[in-house]
Design a protein around this ligand. Structure first.
Ligand SMILES: Cc1cc2nc3c(=O)[nH]c(=O)nc-3n(C[C@H](O)[C@H](O)[C@H](O)COP(=O)(O)O)c2cc1C
Length: 351
């Protein structure tokens, strides 16, 4: 049995567990990341932030650079295609207090790839390496890169590009071994992750289809990766992180589900403001209340409510015992930044 509660290093940055919470556009808000840390993720990531948005000092984009004290270690992820602008954006990421700057060389969404960013860089290794070296020269924090296997099905380009990026200065690589063309179909081919691990002398993080402790153990054993990354399985389900990192598999009580969701709602409202939060949160209601935890019509009731206060009232009415838990968690968790910033809800979803 591999112990996921072991620390590991990305450059000089110590990551306390071998579990990384995935960057997910339209999901990885600060509330998601702080909760992920609390449930055992050793490293959390922002969703991808537009380098052009930073360059133009777009107010909403800059909102993504907000870092809370209890998120560390935190990676902020950038996407873009121009080495100089990427280096400038990385300086802002460092100044914002991120522990790592992560680069997105895997997003398959057309809006991103048509600008030469995301997964397209797997087809342009020279530019990809120039981006990494420009950033590594510009900042003192380590640079990590997140890749897909390649653009087209069956591609093994990540095995050619990955080592070049390490030579250019990347301190770790994360591989999601699906092609861009595949999006999320088929299975993540972690045989490729094992090959990448054998080719580079920096830590490799395995991403894709990890949704249980058994799966995490199997992928770590098979690949020799330094850590596993968990994305979709953690949506509305922080308990899976606890399980993967070493706890027992257990279904949370209704009170626990409601307490975590209420805290998540409150914090997201602080972060995004009521108007943005109420539409942003709708998908989370399904994620938290699904999995057989609450009857399906209950979620339907919540998504049509006008305010998050009403949502909170309905949730607590459905599990009154949650109130005590909320008070306890509220007193234990350091309160986040109370400032409301109009953060954007990503328009790039589904990378
Ligand atoms: C809704 C959604 C948004 C995503 N956004 C990003 C992103 O912004 N940056 C990135 O590198 N990967 C992104 N991903 C990919 C995930 O980080 C992860 O590599 C992928 O989902 C496979 O892991 P999983 O099977 O654990 O979900 C996204 C995935 C999803 C489902």
């Amino acid at each position: 049995m591999i112990d996921l509660r072991q620390a590991w290093l990305v450059g000089p940055v110590e990551i306390p567990t071998r579990l990384v919470l995935a960057p997910m556009a339209g999901v990885s808000v600060q509330a998601f990341r702080r909760q992920g840390r609390r449930f055992g993720a050793g490293l959390v990531c922002s969703e991808m932030v537009s380098c052009a948005g930073i360059e133009h000092r777009n107010e909403r984009t800059l909102g993504y650079l907000r870092v809370a004290d209890d998120e560390h270690p935190l990676a902020i992820q950038l996407f873009g295609s121009d080495p100089d602008s990427m280096a400038e954006a990385a300086r802002m990421v460092e100044a914002a207090g991120a522990d790592l700057v992560d680069l997105n060389f895997g997003c398959p969404v057309r809006k991103v790839t048509k600008t030469g960013a995301g997964a397209t860089l797997l087809d342009d290794p020279d530019r990809a390496a120039r981006i990494v070296s420009a950033i590594a020269r510009a900042v003192d924090i380590p640079v990590s890169v997140k890749l897909r296997r390649g653009l087209r099905n069956g591609s093994r380009d990540c095995l050619r590009v990955g080592p070049l990026l390490v030579d250019a200065g990347a301190s770790s690589l994360t591989l999601h071994p699906r092609s861009a063309q595949q999006m999320y179909t088929g299975a993540a081919d972690h045989a490729l992750t094992a090959e990448l691990v054998s080719l580079v002398d920096v830590p490799v993080v395995a991403s894709g289809d990890i949704d249980s402790r058994a799966r995490a153990q199997a992928v770590l054993a098979r690949t020799g990766a330094a850590a596993v990354m968990v994305g979709r399985a953690a949506q509305g389900n922080p308990w899976v992180l606890e399980e993967i990192v070493g706890g027992d598999r257990r279904e949370p009580s209704r009170e626990e589900v409601v307490a975590e969701l209420v805290l998540f709602v409150r914090e997201t409202v602080r972060e995004l403001g009521e108007r943005r939060a109420s539409s942003f949160l709708k998908k989370f209601y399904g994620w938290y209340l699904g999995r057989g935890r609450f009857p399906r019509p209950f979620k339907q009731e919540l998504v049509v409510l006008d305010s998050t206060e009403e949502v909170e009232r309905r949730l607590i009415a459905a599990a009154p015992g949650a109130l005590e838990l909320i008070e306890r968690l509220d007193s234990e968790i350091p309160s986040g930044d109370e400032v409301t910033i109009e953060l954007p809800i990503s328009i790039y979803g589904g990378c």
